[in-house]
Design a protein around this ligand. Sequence first.
Ligand code: SF4
Ligand code: SF4
Length: 136
Amino acid sequence: MIEIDPVKCVGCGACVRICPPKALTIEVNEKETILKYFIGRCIFCWMCVQTCPQKAIKTTNKFELSAVDVHELQMELVHNTVKCRVCGKPFITSKFVKEVGRRLNGGFKDDLLYVCPTCRRKLTAKKIATKVTGVE
Ligand code: SF4
Ligand code: SF4
């Protein structure tokens, strides 16, 4: 099975998108972003290990994975959720926003870090339209 380091993981969801059988899933609600690993679905392909930008997932030699209770095959990692400062929709974890800010080292305006991708696209389109037409 794999193991996810709760300190290194920022809840970016890259492992979820790459996981072929959807053994990894992510749930975003108003307060929390929950990364779930269901061992019962894992095919041990290690694609998540190779994909994680934080190197938070590692392979282990734990292979005796049968359980009486199905809940024992489910692991969860909980992060705080950040809401978009434009539309108010929860969209990413606070740890992820901080990590992006750290990696870009001020290369991205701080206020845009807290704007969801949909609103960011709209704001950028508006800015370009204003520049081209001169109309606010
Ligand atoms: S790819 Fe890595 S950092 Fe991103 S959610 Fe998965 S384990 Fe966490
Ligand atoms: S090892 Fe493969 S199947 Fe298992 S969680 Fe990672 S990507 Fe998904």
